[in-house]
Design a protein around this ligand. Structure first.
Ligand code: HEM
Length: 486
């Protein structure tokens, strides 16, 4: 959209006579408050920022489409996964987690992988990361965890003491910490990484039968990572390296693509599987539940305006379509609340009216008014229910499926605490070079930790995952594995 050869106006459409000189009493002033154009310009400028996201503040986005290559109607009635060749338009936002809006792209951090599908049954948001697992498994720990990743309230510096104190006291983080400190902790570009829904979700078919599912986006560009040295150099030279790479690739027609796969677990298996399949610190064995390719995502259009499309985009794990439902994952449950709450605060209660968030289907409900209601607010149509005026009606076939719940309501921990097997498996999967780089990165990250008890506590976790892993980190830090652990 061009504004070429248009005349300049105020926000109220009045032609502006002078945009270079404010109105003053004589050449030397003072400035007159009646210069409404000047006042509007200064006041609007003061309000240009909305709060940055409390996490995942720095991001880059792109438009594209998702195409079904393998019909999934046997498992889900979600229309976007049904009918080979079916295309659904989508928008993606990639992000780093801990840094602020202007922070460097090449830091060691998980990358956000948020996909908004504009389906014929409303929007479906898949708000995942480039890692299949997470640091914690109960939403109640999230604000504390993020505090340790953000700046220290006194020094306003990153605080390695807090990071390792929290991780060492939260051994469920070990799997993700190993993943993050390994080669995949810094992707070469946003195009060269996989994406994961991470949580377990429920799929329901047209007959009301349910299965459990995990999503995996596999990059067609191949997984490529960046070394600590290159990343550190780029952080200084070009902090927007990943943003630029994505923008330029799409701009020159080199469209990045991902194959979407799922793992499907029969509904009943969840209760007999060898660990809790809703625990987001664990992966499901691919031998038990192999990857099934279901479609392809292609990014083929850059945003026209960063603020309107990327900054104002709002993704929520609670935004699902018929055929996709929540699992009991305690993290997912917390996220279903947290995101829409953040959106109402960060963008406003009518954030879904913004073009980037607005579904591509008609929206009909009885919600009215609120800050920045920018459509016709329902016009003169009926604004309550039940009513005798033919207003929008619920469709019982879209009710969520009923499910059984059992147990005593209480604040209760997970019933198993094997934080070591999968973290150790990941270590053992690595080549000798990968292990060396992992250990070097961990040692580098732990060196600034001031308290020895924190380092020792963390080293024990590495040791329990794999004795070699623990011994090597301990050696790098000039410490010894405590006798009682051996
Ligand atoms: C962003 C909360 C766990 C991925 C956010 C935002 C909040 C939040 C409040 C900012 C939303 C906004 O302002 O638009 C939480 C809570 C969690 C949690 C409470 C745990 C209970 C996770 C997990 C993942 C994840 C497990 C990935 C598997 C993301 C991504 C974004 C994000 C990708 C950026 C969304 C975007 O691109 O706009 N999170 N989060 N988060 N979170 Fe989480």
């Amino acid at each position: 959209m061009s504004n070429e050869n248009k005349h300049l106006t105020t926000g109220t459409g009045t032609p502006v006579g002078d945009n270079q000189n404010s109105m003053t009493a004589g050449m030397r002033g003072p400035t007159l408050i009646q210069d409404v154009h000047l006042i509007e310009k200064l006041a609007h400028f003061n309000r240009e920022r909305v709060p940055e996201r409390v996490v995942h503040a720095k991001g880059a986005g792109a438009h594209g489409y998702f195409e079904v290559t393998n019909d999934m109607s046997k498992y889900t009635k979600a229309k976007l996964f049904n009918g080979v060749g079916k295309r659904t338009s989508m928008f993606i936002r990639f992000s780093t987690v801990a840094g602020e809006l202007g922070s460097s792209d090449t830091v060691r951090d998980p990358r956000g992988f948020s996909v908004k599908f504009y389906t014929e049954e409303g929007n479906y948001d898949l708000v995942g990361n480039n890692t299949p697992i997470f640091f914690i498994r109960d939403a109640i720990k999230f604000p504390d965890f993020i505090h340790t990743q953000k700046r220290d309230p006194k020094s306003h510096l990153k605080n390695p003491n807090a990071v390792w104190d929290f991780w060492s006291l939260s051994p469920e983080s070990l799997h993700q910490v190993t993943y993050l400190m390994g080669d995949r902790g810094i992707p070469a570009t946003l195009r060269h990484m996989n994406g994961y829904g991470s949580h377990t979700f429920k799929w329901v078919n047209a007959d009301g039968e349910a299965v459990w599912v995990k999503y995996h986006f596999k990059t067609e560009q191949d997984v490529k990572n960046m070394t600590n040295e290159v990343a550190a150099k780029l952080a200084g030279e070009n902090p927007d390296y990943h943003t630029e790479d994505l923008f330029n690739a799409i701009d020159k027609g080199d469209f990045p693509a991902w194959k979407l796969h799922v793992q499907i677990m029969p509904f009943e298996d969840a209760y007999s599987y060898r660990f809790d399949p809703f625990d987001v610190t664990k992966v499901w064995s691919h031998k038990d539940y192999p990857l099934i390719e279901i479609g392809r995502m292609v990014l083929n259009r850059n945003p026209e305006n960063y603020f309107a499309e990327v900054e104002q985009a709002t993704f929520s794990p609670g935004t699902m379509v018929p055929g996709v439902e929540a699992s009991p994952d305690k993290m997912l449950q917390g996220r279903i609340f947290a995101y829409s709450d953040a959106h109402r605060y960060r963008v406003g209660p009518n954030h879904n009216l913004l073009p980037i968030n607005r579904p591509k289907v008609e929206v009909n409900n009885y919600q009215r008014d609120g800050a920045m209601r920018s459509d016709n607010n329902g016009g003169g149509s009926v604004y309550y229910e039940p009513n005798s005026y033919g207003g929008p009606k619920e469709t019982p076939e879209h009710k969520q499926t009923a499910f059984q719940v059992t147990g005593v309501a209480e604040q209760v921990a997970y019933d198993e605490h094997d934080h070591y097997t999968q973290a150790g498996d990941l270590y053992r999967l690595m080549s000798e070079e990968e292990r060396s780089r992992l250990v070097e990165t961990v040692v580098g990250a732990m060196k600034p930790v001031e308290r020895e008890d924190i380092k020792l506590r963390q080293i024990q976790h590495f040791y329990k995952a794999d004795p070699e892993y623990g011994e090597r980190v301990a050696k790098g830090l000039n410490l010894a594995i405590p006798q009682e652990v051996k």
